[in-house]
Design a protein. Sequence first.
Length: 126
Amino acid sequence: MSNIDGIKTIENIVDIIARTCHEANRAFCQSLGDDSQKPWSEAPEWQRESARNGVVFHLNGEHGPQESHENWLEEKRAQGWKYGPVKDPEAKEHPCFLPYSELPAEQKAKDYIFRAIVHARGKRDC
């Protein structure tokens, strides 16, 4: 980990929090029977960057789970993603490419978990 005189840089902190969020999401997905998520070290860069962007979004304001999802949706839309019944990175399709109000409860839970981790770690590490 890069440090400046022994102090963690903001990029390091964001990366640590993003990794924690990713791994928590991966574990939650596994609890639902979805084993498609790879560990952080094996996740594609676009997925890690998306997690980092989510962390920065939450560190820069007081945003709820719905805003978190809308921010993610906006990012994906800008990258050409669309709705698809199954997550397919090659086709840029995702089953959560829906308005927050249309997400199933277990998908909404991911936004609550992500937000909680960022706020818990961010207040401690920043």
